[in-house]
Write a protein that binds this ligand. Structure first.
Ligand code: ZN
Ligand code: MN
Length: 489
């Protein structure tokens, strides 16, 4: 059972998500400025993305292609003609006082509507409906440098202003905070494999707002609140769990839920109502007069479909079919495209696919989780992993020692051979050396030794363990086992 599924006997949780992703384009949505991350503030700007009078936007074709890829991957209906709109609001993160976006009018549709994404829910697949996929521009970044007594002024960095954004809106189909988490994981995986976005929530290339309401079974929809300011998948899940409990308590007191925007505060673990730019409900959408309608013909959609990169489900199935991987390993290895690529590149260097899968799904994934990093950002390469597996195969290091070597390789950015050499981690297979250790272990543990002599071999693994311990895990376990049997027969 999904422990986050919220029921109080009378109301069901209803959740919808609005997901913004930055598209992997070299230039901005309506001008030629670069989209590079981390440049000095206000260096990637021009009259268009600064909103200077008289400047005219020109649509980025690549951004449309990435939007179409997403639409095709989600099985959406692509509209042959869509329009851009002005979404008007007054806030310093947009110099024009409007954002060029798309809205869902019957006569002025967005890029694509409909579609579905499958997520696991209580161990079964569940289909979540997509309302629309539309294109828009990102806003500038506001910085509030903390001075004495809080920020006296705010700074604006327009480098992000005009960066291509895609918004994916779901139907309110999600029934629990846990399902919201699964959806985010699934959409991130899909968009990464489709090479549409890097989808790094910590860098803001994927951002998620959520709405939540409580509904009596068969009753009318409840009043919903919008929850914002969540910076990780886990924060989304926690914020929604908090909001479900809060609304339930409001109803239990006989009060009504107020329709409002609430901000998640990570540190205190609460949502709170706050004034925000979105409180002006009327954005006065109207068609953008500076852009012609966006026409997408069938041939273009077909070309996108034919060149779509391999999506996660297909990749997973192919790994199972080609390399005989168990479903569990194949799932972990297709968690990110970087991991899947790493697997295939390592296997191409010769090691047994199952051994590579074991290491990636086991020790490597454990390291990545522990340090909160991704495989393409650590000093492990397919060549190094394959070299390490060769050392294990040849008996140069024991499996146990190899796990330590792996961590050292990553920490020191070195080849496995260099670490084994410099740290003296070679496996001890030399019989004379091992025999001395074995004799000492037998002398130290007369009880178990006597049992084995009497034919009770159950104590043998204990003594092998003692040999491993005495050699810091470097003894060849098979040799230790054989020598112990010889000595105690
Ligand atoms: Zn620009
Ligand atoms: Mn938006």
């Amino acid at each position: 059972m999904d422990s986050t599924r919220a029921h109080d006997g009378t109301h069901e949780v209803v959740i919808g998500l609005e997901i913004h992703v930055q598209l992997l384009t070299a230039s901005k949505m309506f001008c030629g400025c670069a989209t590079a991350f981390g440049a000095p503030p206000n260096t990637l700007v021009c009259p268009v993305c600064l909103g200077l009078p008289g400047s005219l936007p020109v649509l980025n074709r690549r951004a449309v292609e990435l939007g179409l890829r997403t639409a095709v991957a989600l099985g959406c209906q692509v509209h042959p003609r869509s329009r851009f709109h002005r979404k008007n609001y007054y806030y310093p993160d947009l110099a024009k006082n409007y954002q060029i976006s798309q809205y869902q009018y019957a006569d002025h549709p967005p890029l694509a509507t409909g579609g579905v994404l499958e997520i696991p829910s209580d161990g079964r697949p569940r289909r979540v409906a997509i309302r629309r996929v539309h294109l828009e521009e990102d806003t500038a970044r506001l910085l509030h440098p903390a001075g004495a007594g809080g920020a006296a002024s705010s700074l604006v960095d327009y480098n992000r202003s005009g960066v291509p954004l895609m918004e994916i809106v779901t139907e309110p189909d999600l029934c629990s905070p846990g399902e919201a988490r699964e959806f985010l994981n699934a959409i991130r995986r899909l968009l990464q494999f489709a090479e549409v976005s890097s989808c790094r929530m910590e860098e803001g290339t994927l951002r998620c707002d959520a709405n939540l309401s409580l509904q009596a079974p068969g009753g009318p929809p409840g009043v919903r609140t919008e929850v914002k300011n969540m910076n990780s998948v886990r924060a989304v899940e926690r914020a929604l769990a908090f909001e479900a409990v809060r609304q339930r308590e409001v109803l239990a007191r006989g009060e009504v839920v107020v329709q409002e925007t609430r901000h998640w505060e990570e540190r205190r673990g609460v949502t709170f109502a706050s004034r925000s730019k979105e409180e002006a409900e009327d954005y006065r959408y109207f068609p953008e007069p500076d852009l012609v309608p966006l026409d997408v013909d069938r041939a273009w959609v077909q070309a996108i479909r034919e060149t779509l990169p391999e999506l996660p489900a297909a990749r997973r199935d192919r790994l199972i079919a080609t390399f005989g991987l168990p479903a569990y390993d194949a799932d972990l290895i297709t968690a990110t495209p970087a991991m899947a690529r790493f697997f295939e590149e390592t296997v191409a260097l010769g090691p047994h696919p199952k051994a590579v899968a074991n290491w990636l799904a086991g020790a490597v994934t454990a390291y990545l989780n522990e340090h909160g990093v991704e495989i393409d950002r650590i000093a492990l390469t397919p060549a190094r992993l394959s070299a390490l597996l060769r050392l294990v195969d040849e008996g140069a290091v024991s499996g146990r020692t190899a796990k330590d070597v792996l961590v050292e390789m990553i920490a020191r950015d070195q080849e496995p051979e260099a670490i084994v050499e410099s740290r003296g981690l070679q496996q001890i297979s030399d019989e004379a050396t091992l025999r001395g250790v074995v004799d000492q272990v037998i002398a130290d543990h007369p009880g178990p030794a006597a049992e084995i002599r009497a034919g009770k071999v159950r104590a043998l693994p204990f003594l092998v363990g003692q040999v491993m311990r005495a050699t810091g895990g470097r003894a060849n376990p098979e040799a230790a086992n054989r020598l112990l049997r010889e000595r105690l027969s």
